[in-house]
Design a protein around this ligand. Sequence first.
Ligand SMILES: [Cu+2]
Length: 440
Amino acid sequence: MKFRSITIALVALVPLAPIRPARAQQDTSMKDMPGMGDMSGMRMQAPDPLGVSMDRMGSGTTWVPDAAPIPSLYFHAPKGWDVTGHGFAFLQYDHQGGPRGDSQVGSLNWMMLMASHALAGGRVQARTMLSLDALTVTPKGYPLLLQSGEAYDGQPLHDRQHPHDFFMELSALYERPITSSLGVMLYAAPSGEPALGPVAFMHRPSAMDNPAAPITHHWQDATHISFGVLSAGLFTHTFKLEGSVFNGREPDQHRWNFDPIRLDSYSGRATYNPSANWSFTGGYGFLKSPEALNPGESMHRVTASALYGRAIGEQGQWSSALIWGANTHSTQPGMSHSLLGESEAVLDARNTVFTRAEWVQKSGEDLSVAGDATYDVGAASLGVIRELARFGKGTLGIGAMGTVDMVPQALVSAYGSRTPLGAMVFLRVRPFRSGAGMGQ
Ligand SMILES: [Cu+2]
C-alpha cells in the first residue's frame, strides 16, 4: 500500500483553494465567443472555411466544442503559413494493484503541429502528431487494469495499455466552401484517423489532463491511428457528414515505422455542433481483420458521443463527454457494449480536477481468461492537478489520480478482489489556455 501513502501525501500538498490570481494573461474574452476566433488577430492568414475555426479541430477530422478547445500555441510562419501546436507530456509513476497489476515509472507524451495555408479559396493543412511512448513506457506499454487490445510478441496485451506509434498522425486536410453555407473536405493520411468514433481520448478536452487511456478504448476511439486513411465529407458551419476508407488492422508492435498501408475498411460519421458548447457524433465502421492474432475475423463498430464545453473565467474551462460504443465480431454472436462518462474542470490558472467512469463488456479472450463468457467490468477514476510553475506558454503541474476497478465475482481469482485499485502520480507539462499568440 506504499502507493496510497504517496498519493495521500501528494494530495495533501495540493490544496484546492486558489492562492492568488496568476499574472494577468492576454485577454481571452473575445476568443471565447463563437465565431470570434480571429478577433485576437493572431490567426488571420489562413481562412476559416465557413467560420469553422482551428480551435474546433480535434484528432483526425473530428470537432470539439468551440468554447472549450485543447490549449494551443499559434505561430505565424513565413509565406502565409499559420502553425498551431499542442502537446502534453507526463512523467508518471503508475501502480496497478492485485495479481494482474504492475508498477512502472514512465512518460506518456504527444505533440501535434498543424500548418495551415490558404489554397484555391479554401484552407489546406499539413498535420503531424508524434509520440515517444514506445521509448518512454516501453514497447509493451504501461500497466492498466482491465485494458485490452493489440498484441506484443504474439500474445494479446491485457491489463496493459499499448504505447502509441511515433507517427500517430501524418496527414493533409483540405477544406473549401462551395456555396455560402456548404463546404467540402478531403483528408489523406499514411497514418491518421478515419471518420469513426469520437475525438480520440488524448485530444478530448474532458480527458486531456488524464494520463490513462480509457478501458473502453477498443470499443470507441481506437482507430485513431490507422495506417492508411482517405476521407471525404460535406460540412456547414454546424454540421459535417463524412466517410472514410482506411486500414482496419491495428498497428503492430513496431512503433517507429509505418505499417503496410491498406484501404480495406470503411466508416461514416455525422457530427453536429449546434452551439459553441456542444458537439454530437454518431457513426458506423467496418473493420477488416483488425487483429493480427485473429486475421479471419472482422468487426462492425457503432458509436455515438456527446461533448460539452464551456469557459470558466478567463483561464479555466469545463468539458464533459458521454460516449457509447459497441463492437460485433464476425466470428461471435451478439454485440458487446461500452459506456464512458468523463469530465474535466480547469478551475483557474492553478487547479484542475478530472474524473472518468466506464462500463464495458469484455470477453474471456479480451481479458485472457479461460472460457467464452462475457464479463461486465468497470472503472472509476478521480484526479487532481495543481500547477506549480509557468514558463513561456507552458504550465507545469503535479497531479495524482486514483482508480477503482470493478470486476464480477467470476474474475476475483484473476484480479484478487471485486475492486482492484490503481493509482498514478505525475508531473505534467502542457500549454495553458490563452488567446495570446506569438510576439507577446
Ligand atoms: Cu490509442
